[in-house]
Design a binder for this molecule. Structure first.
Ligand code: ADP
Ligand code: MG
Length: 422
């Protein structure tokens, strides 16, 4: 009997979260603490109305809505629920009314006390906290009941049934809290996801606007740079400023083209070319830079693959990866490029003996604006990944902190790119 009644209470306890998440999802009222307080308050009152009465005690799940209301609705919602609970209990009267008041005060104090700590926890921890706090009233009830029994043994007539009731009551109470807390967490997650989608839509628009502005800025910059180069030879008085002005302008231009590449990698000129030649070119291009940093740059070629794609874009993607490898490597370190074939794809593997990355850095590499460098833009790896992915390929990073990093660029020999004999 008690089980049926308590299962009905589980339904009552779940009703508020179901109604505010599904029925009032798009309305402001669905998030109002007053409304939530009323919903949970009604649930608590209904639990009491349909309570199972035995051994001079009311067996119900009234404290589950209270705990949920405090945690998920906030203090205002919690107070409204407690007031509703107290009013209903007073109306019901009975001999154990003063006991009910004591249990209510002790039970409600805990969720209020840990409210701040609750919202600083992760979603999983929040569910555990709800379970512990949700079981707390049952424990309080049990302790007070035992104390009561101790002093008024003749009043209740202690029997085994009571122990069974307490076990059933405790179990169902915990189950109800678990269901409700998990449901609440999924509602929170869904709302966060919706916000995230809205935010990324906004970012997308902003990104497109920024790309068009970057494009417009690049043209005047090129003109200014041209004229400054012309003036460099004539203006004797400010001669020593020019190299700095030009190098800073060059940096600005680089940042803009990196950004434009990221925003929209365009394949302008599709050519068919042997990959070994490109790898050799890269090695020659970056060798002086590596030497200046005291790093040896080597290459190994184990494939004669020929690709058809935008050669300059691919070169840019690999330069970004190689530059990062050189920048991460200390003096006397090594950076190597290896070209090899595997099944239907070619692999360009860039290894370095540099500082490597932590797990967190590894997880973020390739995402926009992630940089650990003082002058870094956090665009290079993003641009490279975008270019390679738009060629149907893949970039994989593996890294060990303090040991080095391995970047594998895998390009299919079929999609977009075709294989011919050299
Ligand atoms: P930036 O070079 O401007 O910082 P990138 O997008 O090129 O931007 O790189 C992002 C970050 O990824 C770097 O700041 C660095 O922390 C990390 N990174 C990339 N490649 C390597 C590498 N080979 N070794 C260690 N860290 C790397
Ligand atoms: Mg970089």
């Amino acid at each position: 009997m008690i089980v049926e009644k308590l299962l009905l209470h589980v339904l009552i306890v779940l009703a508020p979260v179901l109604s505010y998440s599904f029925l009032f999802e798009h309305r402001k009222i669905g998030r109002s603490p007053y409304f939530l307080g009323l919903l949970y308050g009604s649930a608590a009152s209904l639990c009491m109305y349909f309570a199972y009465y035995d051994s001079s005690l009311y067996w119900d799940l009234r404290y589950v809505p209270v705990v949920l209301s405090i945690f998920y609705g906030g203090p205002i919602s919690g107070i409204i629920t407690i007031v509703a609970l107290m009013l209903t209990r007073t109306a019901m009267g009975g001999e154990t009314l003063y006991l009910a008041y004591i249990v209510a005060v002790i039970s409600c104090a805990v969720p209020f006390l840990i409210y701040n700590c609750f919202w600083k926890s992760t979603p999983k921890k929040r569910v555990y906290l709800s379970i512990i706090t949700g079981s707390w009233p049952a424990l309080v009830q049990l302790i007070i009941l035992l104390i009561y029994l101790y002093f008024n043994e003749d009043f209740l007539g202690f029997d085994q049934k009571l122990v069974l009731y307490i076990v059933v009551f405790g179990t169902i109470q915990i189950l109800a809290v678990v269901f409700a807390a998990v449901l609440n967490e999924s509602v929170i997650e869904r709302n966060l996801m919706k916000d995230e989608i809205r935010r990324s839509e906004k970012q997308h628009t902003l990104g497109e606007l920024a790309a068009s502005i970057a494009h417009e800025v690049r043209n005047p910059l090129t003109v200014v740079k041209g004229f400054l180069q012309l003036m460099e030879g004539e203006d004797e008085r400010h001669k020593h400023y020019y190299p700095l002005i030009l190098s800073e302008l060059g940096r600005a231009e680089n940042i803009i083209s990196d950004y434009l590449n990221f925003a929209k990698p365009e394949f302008k000129k599709i050519e068919t070319f042997p990959l070994p030649l490109l790898v050799m070119e890269l090695s020659i291009l970056l060798n002086p830079y590596a030497l200046k940093e005291g790093i040896s740059l080597t290459h190994t070629i184990e494939s004669d693959a020929v690709l058809t794609t935008d050669r300059n874009q691919l070169k840019q993607a690999l330069i970004n990866i190689l530059k990062n490898a050189v920048e991460a490597t200390p003096k006397e370190g090594r950076v190597s490029i290896k070209l090899m074939e595997e099944d239907d794809s070619v692999k360009i593997i860039v290894r370095d003996t540099g500082k490597g990355m932590t797990k967190e850095q590894l997880a973020r590499v390739g995402s926009l604006f992630f940089s650990t460098k003082e002058q870094g833009t956090g665009l290079g790896t993003m641009v490279s990944t975008r270019i390679i992915e738009s060629m149907g390929g893949r970039v994989d990073y593996t890294s060990k902190l303090g040991k080095g990093t391995k970047v594998s660029v895998t390009l299919p020999l079929t999609h977009l790119l075709s294989r011919e004999t050299v």
